[in-house]
Design a protein around this ligand. Structure first.
Ligand code: AFP
Length: 330
């Protein structure tokens, strides 16, 4: 553990860099403050006002919207206003909000990921991506994920944790209530190359392509099958929690496309879920694909577009790609 505070980390980052990085650092400071307030709202649990009541209005793209989703969005939008951000694009909003068009950075965010878990006291989180601003919303949010300047997620769990990359590796900070600061607990994270765990929602088994079923079947065969090793399975249905586990102990996460209506490209959104997670994972030595191709190379065609997503231990992500490209991998 480095014991370095987030403030010291950001100061070191901006010491030898320009105005854009200073704007990135200030945005991250304000998002970290918002996350601490978000954690307080979640800690109230069902005693809180806007806890998990389902709103009448759904998301612009049809997903169910909970009161806490809206509370989170308003909290981080307010932080983005104070941070001098050009555009704020959110899972909760049909279109980006134009803020300070003179700013050189833009935000894409899932303010509250995992909200279907709110009532069950399972870890949930906030995922964000910081992109260069291209002057207008369309050009800004159609950049591939490789253009990201920074990415991060907060996990509102037993600890308030913050995984962050500024393009120079991935660090994990944990919030210290005693110090009232985020403290670096895992500097320069490195995801182990091989996986002993896979994370997938097995209830979708009958909807998957044959190649996905073949990969999972071979994992389930364990030492007696072609993989010749045992696998454990985890599915928290909160991607930030599954990602955090993979950063700590390796593994592979799969949300493939399937034959359900609306799920041909899976469930996860490319711009504000898959891309920031992919940057964090790659910066920690892992890999992230849409099953076969690198996520960060995909050019988005729409702000809320979905993408199949496979990420984690590099050797296992490569193995999945072999199965999905028909080479069976065995
Ligand atoms: P919610 O935010 O609607 O709970 O969705 C969470 C999520 O986007 C991601 O965090 C999970 O990994 C995935 O969906 C869970 O999807 P299933 O509910 O289909 O397993």
């Amino acid at each position: 553990m480095s014991g370095r505070t987030l403030e010291a980390y950001l100061h070191e980052f901006t010491e030898s860099s320009g105005a854009v990085d200073a704007n990135v650092a200030q945005t991250i400071r304000l998002f970290a403050e918002a996350a601490v307030r978000m954690r307080l709202a979640i800690n109230d649990g069902a005693l809180g006002d806007a806890f998990s009541a389902v709103r009448e209005a759904a998301h612009a793209h049809g997903d169910e919207q909970k009161e806490l989703d809206v509370f989170a969005d308003e909290l981080f939008l307010d932080a983005a206003r104070r941070a001098r951000v050009s555009f704020y694009a959110s899972e909760e909003l049909a279109h980006p909000v134009a803020l300070d068009r003179s700013s050189e950075i833009a935000i894409a965010i899932d303010p509250l990921d995992g909200s279907s878990n709110i009532d069950t006291n399972v870890s949930i989180g906030t995922i964000f991506s910081i992109l260069p601003s291209k002057g207008d919303e369309a050009a800004t949010f159609s950049q591939p994920g490789s253009a990201q300047l920074a990415a991060g997620f907060f996990v509102y769990g037993p600890q308030l944790a913050f995984a962050l990359t500024l393009g120079r590796g991935t660090s994990v900070f944990v919030y210290s209530a005693r110090l009232e600061a985020f403290v670096e607990a895992y500097p320069q994270m490195s995801i182990q190359e091989t996986a002993q765990e896979f994370a997938v929602n097995m209830s979708n088994y009958r909807h998957w392509d044959e190649a996905v079923r073949h990969y999972v079947n071979d994992c389930l065969k364990g030492v007696d099958g072609p993989r010749e090793k045992e696998f454990n399975m985890r599915w928290i249905a909160s991607m930030v929690a599954d990602t955090y586990r993979i950063l700590i102990r390796g593994g592979v996460f799969l949300y493939p496309g399937d034959c359900r209506e609306g799920y041909s490209a899976g469930r996860l959104r490319l711009v504000y879920e898959a891309n920031p997670i992919a940057m964090l994972v790659e910066q920690a030595g892992g890999k992230a694909t849409d099953g076969t191709s690198r996520v960060l190379d995909i050019t988005p065609k729409g702000l809320h577009q979905r993408s199949p997503l496979v990420f984690g231990s590099s050797r296992e992500v490569e193995k999945v790609a072999l199965y999905l490209s028909g080479s069976s991998g065995t």
